[in-house]
Write a protein that binds this ligand. Sequence first.
Ligand code: ADP
Length: 547
Amino acid sequence: QFPFGRRLPCDIYWHGVSFHDNNIFSGQVNKFPGMMETVRKITLSRAMRTMQDLFPLEYNFYPRSWILPEELPLFVAEVRVMKDSDPSWKPTFIVKPDGGCQGDGIYLIKDPSDIRLTGSIQSRPAVVQEYICKPLLVDKLKFDIRLYVLLKSLEPLEIYIAKDGLSRFCTEPYQEPTLKNLHQVFMHLTNYSLNIHSENFIHSDSVNTGSKRTFSSVLCRLSSRGADVKKLWSDIISLVIKTIIALTPELKVYYQSDIPSGKPGPTCFQILGFDILLMKNLKPMLLEVNANPSMRIEHEQELSPGVFENVPSPVDEEVKVAVIRDTLRLVDPQKKKRKDAHSSRSRLLQGKVGWSGVSSGASPAKPCVILCRRCPRLEHVPESSESLLDAVPAERPEPDAPRSPEAGLPSLCLKQVFPKYAKQFNYLRLVDRVAALFIRFLGVKGTTKLGPTGFRTFVRNCKLSNSNFSMAAVDILYIDITRRWNSMGIDHKEPGMCLQAFVEAFFCLAQKKYKSLPLHEQVLSLIEFCECHLAALDEKRLLWGWG
Ligand code: ADP
């Protein structure tokens, strides 16, 4: 640790909260710029909505959501239409403040008129979402799953999923929501931070019982009930890949702004916490993505009134130690060298590791660094249960690889799912290509918003304007969409068109040009049209350059 600042460059920098150190020019940082902003409830809901517009069936794992206050009239109108068309529909909704965590400020409602509009909604925007009324229950209790996902690289996209996660249980038997029980948080909200205060909360030394268990132990139970655990895993993997595909466009805009290409800079990786709810029919639904999941392996115990002590939590330790250990194994800068050099086992993780503000929720800490030596405890982490290993085969070292320091460690708990399954998912990466166009026309390095000239240049270079669509109409489109997005007040700091506004404008242009096709085909056709014109332009420029 370097509590007073770091002087020497490191191989790996471990920041507690977010990417915040602009003085890093090499190595790897454990946070992506803009990740916190990208996974906030409103931004995530917007990104999922864009994907749901393009691919409604593929993205039906995210509950229907509306953004408050701006979409309140839309929410009221849509609910009315749905109720009129199906009078037996008795929905429940969950209101979640943007940027909230640990269940803070969340409440359930039966009718749009129950939204608490006094003060807070205006100052604190929120997401209102369809409440999943029929979750899968174990021991009559609602639970959710926290899965750890490593985004190892953005370009090329590399995703790993931990073979085991946590299941966090409610502490009151579940009943479908009624006006009487709507406010019972121990029945409806699975947050550990809330349920820990229930007198029914069970701390267990076993990973199979208690209010927090391993996901693998729940899978064992489900498997013994005859559930198709392999199918469930494959649905979860698909949910994770699709969610990250929805997030990458925005992340790429932040990335080029903080780490412009062509300049020396670090690369990034990040451990994300995926919160997933299983429906009664075993369909996994995404609740949220956490950019800064708690890595605590202890919990607080009240010894006597007001006297607390931190005690080890075996279930947290089993899951989280493996995630951190294997993340470091995967990003270990010495790994490549060792493969060639047959270096000795004791040199594992010899690289310097910069670690700052380790606890969740800490304020952006001053740089401080731990020189990480291998903790012997890590070797004793047991493997996950058989059923999980069956479903998600372990990654084993190549048989003829030289004996490395990793030889004595358990097989990796992190399984690569992308690019491994890229072929099945690449067709979904349309907005990524729209973001690449957006970034190309941003112009000024370090910016995340497109100015009117950039937008005009985009239209001109891609040959999108014609007698039916004049440059004056282009300017009006730019002004209309940009003004609306900026009035929603997410980021006032920088003027101009943000990525989501550009995506909306792009969809508009696609609909205009390819009227009769479904939206995703319209967008794909326009992307190909633009990419083709830009490639021709690049070629011409190259020739002129040579000339
Ligand atoms: P926070 O970040 O405050 O924890 P979440 O989105 O994770 O917010 O929601 C908190 C809890 O509320 C979840 O852990 C889950 O138990 C419950 N919950 C959230 N959204 C839904 C939903 N759409 N349907 C059913 N339960 C939900």
